[in-house]
Design a protein around this ligand. Sequence first.
Ligand code: ZN
Length: 289
Amino acid sequence: MKRILKVLLLPLVLCAMNHASAEVEFKLRQLSPHLHVLYGQGGNIAISVGEDGIYLVDDQFAKLSDGIRAQISKLKPEVPEFVINTHHHGDHTGGNENFANAGSHVIAHKNVYRRLKDKHGEGSKFLPVISFGQDMTLHFNGENAKVWHYANAHTDGDAVIFYERANAVHTGDIFFNLNSLPFVDVDSGGSLDGVIASVANILERIDDKTIVIPGHGPVTNKDGLTEYKALLEHSKSIMLAAIEKHQSLEAVVAAQPLAELKLSYANWLPQERVTKLFYRSLMSSEGND
Ligand SMILES: [Zn+2]
């Protein structure tokens, strides 16, 4: 009986999956001879394609894996050898299981391994098969891609990928290029000061010609990242002044100190939530929490 049900349901499930994939409009852009960016739904994907094969940075949501594979096939009809996760959030790691089943090897910081293990259980295909501490380098496709861990920034497991030959960097969610304030995941070890410090360090490592791939939003350059740093620092000073004046979380939120920046906010990350996260981050970094 169970089996009959499965057989009957399978076409429906596949149909739903195709439908989900079809709803998302992918945009594929070439950034250098081997490096491409794929915009879809969720975190931006970087695709390296060359003689050695393919590797990705991030893989969006599980329902999009077929669509992502179809986009990759336009470049080279092969399964990616590696998928590097910039951090553990589901809009960057949702495809891990599907890509692992297809033969890809997932790489991530050890805190991403721990968080995905807590969520999916030991032995899950969502987990990285290679995890690292501070850094590692992929010598693949004629490129030296340095994967560098920034502690306590967007989360406690952030990795930024510096592509030496392409002169490009994938920042993960340390950089939201949406003319808005970022999600600082303080419940996963993130902090506003850590994001600012990471952005400052990335800026020191790149030059005026570097292609900057943010976690979300369009590809930009050093100027774009510099503007973002200024926005973060400005919002931090506004928050510190509001905390000084109003003290409690409730009073700071009620005062809406970030409203003066006149930024737009996503539905899942309204101004009030950003204010609360920034408050919690700043208070804990000052040892008051
Ligand atoms: Zn994220």
